[in-house]
Ligand binder design. Structure first.
Ligand code: CP
Length: 327
């Protein structure tokens, strides 16, 4: 029985069984090479249109654990600049259409992964997810999102794995209170990690209460947050929290702007005093002492390294499911 609904992994909507994915990921963590021959003689292509540390390396390790050959292609630096717009008159900077590149890539690889990015200029363009949807349409292979313009599903699966693992490690039976808090940043960042975390939390029956807190005018798209409690009072949100997920995002309504950079939104040890000795999460990279203070990141509250380590098991689980369902 597949744990995925579709031959792709781009959103929680492609998932049939979140708990099943988490259990499988934790089994891989306990025994990384248990399916070491599943991907023998198969190749996975990892295409990046922007920088990455964790996603790139953890996905390569995950593929290797399954016996697959992983080939990374930094399209932004080493490839022809791709055109994604249907009917484009290619007299500008783009040299190769995804209609041509997609089938070629599909002929080289058994599974394809792509990391795209939002331009943060036009909301409709970014939220149409043109890049990843055109890629899926033209490559003819199962596709894994390594982060798209609006979502980061491997990160969110990792986050659910990490929360579950912490609850098991501390033998906590109650469903946890989980808070997603906005944090300051110097640059406008995409909403994708926050959108994705909200989408997964709302879909995950294992969570208890889920609260999003952010300054005024930082509302995320309702499509992803629907079901969560939303407040602009960070102190109230943090009270009795078991997990605090820290992330900056730029504005969604007046798209891609920074309206607010109040440093008092940065999480401190003092703010954590009203929590239930909360674990602090962040997808990384993090701007220390802008988004999150040294005192929190270097304290026992922080589980950011454990979280980043779990990226391997999330990727291995998703690749394994796509391999098993495409035999
Ligand atoms: N969290 C995450 O996606 O990290 P990278 O940007 O380094 O891949």
């Amino acid at each position: 029985m597949s744990l995925l609904k579709n031959k792709k992994f781009t959103s929680v909507e492609d998932v049939a069984d979140i708990e099943g994915l988490v259990a499988k990921a934790l089994a891989y963590k306990a025994n990384p090479l248990k399916d070491a021959t599943l991907g023998i003689n198969k190749r996975i292509g990892l295409l990046f249109l922007n920088p990455s540390l964790r996603t790139r390396l953890s996905t390569q390790i995950a593929a290797r654990n399954l016996g697959m050959e992983a080939i990374v292609f930094n399209v932004d630096k080493e490839g022809w600049q791709l055109e994604f717009e249907d009917g484009a008159i290619m007299s500008g900077n783009t040299s190769e259409h995804i209609k041509d590149a997609g089938p070629v890539l599909g002929s080289y690889f058994d599974i394809l992964c792509i990391r795209t990015f939002p331009q943060l200029a036009n909301r409709e363009d970014d939220y149409s997810e043109l890049f990843i949807s055109e890629f899926i349409k033209h490559c003819g292979r199962p596709v894994i999102s390594l982060e798209s313009a609006t979502l980061h599903p491997l990160q969110s699966l990792t986050d659910v794995i990490t929360i579950t693992e912490c609850l098991k490690q501390e033998s906590i039976i109650k469903k946890p209170k989980i808070v997603l808090t906005w944090a300051p940043h110097i640059k406008p960042l995409p909403q994708c990690v926050a959108n994705s975390f909200a989408e997964w939390m709302n879909a995950w029956e294992g969570k208890g209460e889920f609260i999003i807190t952010h300054p005024v005018n930082y509302e995320l798209a309702e499509k992803f947050t629907k079901g969560a409690t939303i407040t602009q009072d960070q102190d109230t949100a943090l009270k009795d929290a078991d997990f605090v997920y820290v992330k900056n995002w730029s504005t969604y309504e007046d798209y891609g702007k920074i309206y607010e950079n109040d440093p008092s939104w940065m999480l401190s040890l003092d703010k954590l005093k009203t929590t239930n000795n909360a674990k602090v999460m962040h997808c990384l990279p993090v701007r220390r002492n802008v988004e999150l203070s040294d005192e929190v990141l270097d304290s026992s509250h922080s589980i950011v390294t454990q979280e980043a380590g779990n990226r391997v098991w999330a990727a291995q689980t998703v690749i394994s499911e796509l391999l098993q369902n495409n035999k």
